[in-house]
Design a protein around this ligand. Structure first.
Ligand SMILES: Nc1ncnc2c1ncn2[C@@H]1O[C@H](COP(=O)(O)OP(=O)(O)OP(=O)(O)O)[C@@H](O)[C@H]1O
Length: 475
């Protein structure tokens, strides 16, 4: 069926439910259905910004609803409507996945919103100045799961995204690989842009900053480079450690930084470690980076990983309708993959892809088969010594007692628990474990392991203790 105004009316109602009232008012209501030709539905939008935003964030949903309403639409396009003379905006989307947007959208280092949204040609010129990657539409605050390891960073990012007087400059976010620094920076950008589309926000990696700088030097066009970076409202530089040891880039970065701070413009920087610990970074830069708010993202804990997995499952389940995940699988993944959220998410993507191929529920067996390599690599190397220390702390007995010969029950049982954990969490053989338990024979270890295996099913206190110790050891 061809797309009509009636169908669009129906789809608008459906969108009101699926995106919520606020989003609907801001993004969907301004869209005016114009025509549909050869499967391409054209919408008029008041600004280029709205066109790009809707394209990036809602085009999939719009297409889905159009299809459900029976419209045969392959693609949607947004045309900026400038006082009656509609002009093609740089935004379009096609089924089933939104097509990559325009040069404008692909460019990370361009100011993300034009000051005057009615001047698409000027936007394109600006976009042409800077190459790079795009802001990820999925990296929003809504999709960032907060827990004790990242709550401070999240709160700081939220505060900055609210705008207002610049209170801490720069905001410096640091932490290990895949802990959400980029996600938070993108979320700030999305939020700021939604709040004030006229803001000129530049997000880029330190590598791209250097690339631009070197290109400007080569083209003998430093003026344009300086003008561009010094005329933004918000500058975000990701992975700043990249410019460590690169003296001229650091010099230019330093001047850009100072110029923006002088103008009270917000700067947000991320790095893989605290500024003071960055080798090869000039002291004057380190001290600039430290003079705002420095917050770190700590390694995730089990609960946060589980929360992230649960949130991502909802997302993937919507993409693969009909697929389910067996109880215990998410908990297992949260236990076993503790390195980095990116790996955790990758594991989930693989599981869903595999399950959709075979058309079955994601079970524990499938998880172990499909992720054998990831699980092997991320296996935390727990040592027998660590286990002994944890167990003696937990039962409040001395390490020397745990390893020694005493047979009193309040030591013998924890000792067997330590033997069991050594057997199940390390790759040590029974004789090797025996040696670490005061030179005991391997049959003693085997007996201890069997005893706990047996108790585990009958004694809930033992089961609980084992679970808690395992979590502590694998955290
Ligand atoms: N708290 C979180 N909630 C939801 N998703 C998260 C969270 N933390 C990280 N992620 C996801 O993990 C992935 C990696 O995050 P991100 O790219 O932001 O990490 P990073 O700290 O910038 O890593 P790198 O050091 O490699 O640049 C992304 O898909 C991101 O959405």
């Amino acid at each position: 069926m061809s797309m009509t105004h009636e169908i669009w009316g129906e789809v608008q109602d459906a969108l009101l439910h699926s995106v919520g009232e606020n989003n609907y008012k801001t993004w969907i209501r301004p869209l005016e259905f114009a025509t549909c030709e050869n499967g391409v539905a054209h919408f008029k939008v008041p600004t280029n910004f709205i066109g790009n935003w809707v394209n990036r964030n809602y085009s999939d949903q719009i297409l889905r609803h159009l299809h459900s309403a029976g419209a045969t639409v392959r693609r949607i396009e947004f045309d900026v409507c400038t006082g009656g003379s509609g002009r093609a905006a740089q935004a379009s989307a096609s089924a089933p996945v939104a097509a990559p947007a325009t040069a404008h959208d692909r460019d990370p280092a361009r100011p993300m919103a034009p000051r005057d949204t009615g001047h698409a040609a000027a936007d394109s010129d600006e976009a042409d100045l800077l190459p790079g990657a795009t802001l990820d539409g999925r990296f929003t605050f809504d999709r960032f799961v907060v827990g004790p390891p990242n709550e401070l960073a999240h709160a700081a990012a939220r505060r900055v995204s609210e705008g207002g007087p610049v209170t801490f400059n720069p905001l410096f976010l640091y932490g290990g690989v895949g802990l959400g620094k980029t996600h938070l920076m993108h979320a700030i950008a999305h939020q700021m842009r939604a709040r004030d589309p006229s803001l000129r926000i530049v997000y880029l990696s330190a590598e791209q900053f250097m690339y631009r700088f070197v290109q400007a030097l080569r083209d003998r066009d430093m003026m344009t480079f300086k003008q561009l970076f010094r005329s933004v409202d918000v500058l975000m530089v990701d992975d700043v450690q990249f410019i460590a040891g690169k003296d001229s880039t650091q010099d230019e970065f330093f001047h850009t930084f100072n110029a923006l701070v002088d103008q009270q413009k917000q700067i947000i920087i991320s790095g893989d470690r605290a500024p003071g610990e960055m080798e090869g970074m000039e002291d004057r830069i380190k001290s600039r980076l430290q003079c705002g708010l420095v917050v770190d993202l700590h390694p995730t804990d089990y609960e946060l990983r589980l929360g992230i997995l649960q949130q991502k499952v909802d997302f993937y389940a919507a993409q693969y309708p009909g697929l389910s995940i067996a109880p215990g699988v998410l908990e297992f993944l949260a236990h076993r993959i503790s390195t980095n959220v990116r790996v955790l998410e990758g594991a989930l993507v693989r599981l869903f892809a595999m399950a959709s191929l075979v058309g079955r529920e994601i079970t524990m067996d499938m998880t172990q088969d499909c992720l054998a390599d990831v699980l092997r690599v991320s296996e935390r190397k727990v040592t027998v010594e660590e286990i002994q220390r944890r167990v003696s702390d937990h039962y409040n007995i001395r390490l020397s007692e745990l390893i020694g010969p005493t047979r009193v029950r309040n030591v013998a049982r924890p000792r067997q628990i330590a033997m069991y954990l050594s057997k199940t969490l390390t790759s040590r053989s029974l004789p090797e474990i025996g040696r670490r338990f005061g030179g005991r024979d391997h049959t003693t270890i085997m007996h201890g392991v069997k005893r706990i295996e047996d108790l585990r099913g009958r004694d809930s206190q033992v089961a609980e203790d084992l679970e808690m110790l395992r979590r502590l050891l694998e955290a």
